[in-house]
Ligand binder design. Structure first.
Ligand SMILES: [Zn+2]
Length: 327
């Protein structure tokens, strides 16, 4: 879905370094829905949580002020991706200087962008084909390039993956209290960042209190960002199955409740297959694994005081310790 389709890339850009992830294109996209947040569970893609300005443009179809966007005069080699879902949209070779004040491209990547009649009845709106986030407008016949087309895109709707940027992958795992899962997983060589948060629920922007109350349906989960040249999803998932008890239903140790359920939220077919293979291995060893294996939804980072909790406290987890289950 970026330049190399089928490979999961993680883009860290600007001020939004930790908050979004792109997903592999091997996932099938869910049927279109009016509101992209209508049911996050139907959309097997990870989405960033948007800032108010991003929401104004991407969700409410607003327009950034001309000549103000980050990417208007940006000339690096790489791929412009959807700010909301990380899907690859435009290659840098299709970008040209239109003088209009917004990033302009004369060609989108195949199937990446969808044209729809604008609500103004005159123009053609363009949206991300993966998440339906608003990008801008499409114009034909202006004679600006040989292709004679212009995708006029808000910088706010975009992120950029530099051609020279290292590839990173993500994994989303839920195994009880996220403090303990984060503590163990961030010690794996090749893991660059682990963030505690929430996934798998039905409402936007859940809080710790609402998740604990059980009304949102979210699980306490972690986002693991890793370098696939050093470690692998399978290695991380394997350790995950050893630092929590995958046979405990709707709870982990003393923490009882649906928000403490065991789950792997996969981003690609490869991650799904790897997870199921580990589950099968455990079942063959007699473990009655209850871990849910589901497509990733939106990941919401938890409140700051939950991040690196045990390191901040100088304590060790009460809820998680490693038990050898595969050997
Ligand atoms: Zn998108």
């Amino acid at each position: 879905m970026w330049s190399a389709r089928g490979v999961i890339h993680i883009l860290f850009a600007g001020a939004f370094v930790l908050s979004w992830v792109a997903v592999a294109s091997s996932l099938e996209h869910a049927p279109k829905v009016e509101n992209v947040y209508a049911d996050v569970e139907e959309k097997p893609m990870a989405k960033r949580q948007l800032t108010p300005e991003e929401e104004r443009v991407i969700i409410n179809k607003g327009t950034e002020r001309a000549f103000t966007g980050t990417y208007y005069e940006h000339k690096e080699d790489g791929t412009y991706v959807c700010r909301q879902c990380g899907a690859s949209l435009f290659g840098s070779q299709s970008k040209f200087d239109s003088g209009c004040g917004w990033p302009s491209f004369d060609q989108a990547l195949p199937g990446a962008v969808q044209e729809v009649p604008d609500a103004d009845g005159r123009r053609t709106e363009i949206v991300c084909a993966s998440c339906e986030g608003h990008l801008g407008h499409f114009f034909r016949g202006e004679g600006l390039t040989e292709k004679n087309t212009r995708h006029c895109v808000n910088s706010v709707s975009l992120d950029f993956a530099s051609a020279t940027e290292p590839v990173r992958e993500a994994a989303y795992l839920a195994g009880g209290c996220f403090w303990g899962v984060e503590h163990h997983l961030q010690r794996i060589p090749g893991v660059q960042e682990v963030t505690s948060g929430y996934m798998g629920g039905k409402v936007r922007k859940p809080t710790y209190e609402s998740v604990c109350g059980g009304e949102t349906g979210h699980a306490e989960a972690v986002e693991v960002i890793f370098d696939p040249a050093v470690t692998s999803f399978k290695a991380i998932a394997k350790l995950f199955f050893e630092i929590h008890d995958p046979t405990q239903l709707n709870g982990q140790g003393p923490d009882i409740g649906h928000q403490y359920r065991s789950a792997v939220f996969y981003l690609s077919e490869d991650q799904r297959v790897a997870t199921n293979s580990l589950v099968s291995q455990l079942r063959r060893k007699g473990y009655d694994v209850v871990t849910e294996v589901l497509p990733a939804g939106t990941f919401y980072p938890a409140e700051e005081y939950h991040q690196d909790y045990y390191d901040k406290m100088g304590k060790s987890p009460y809820c998680h310790s490693r038990v050898s289950r595969f050997d």
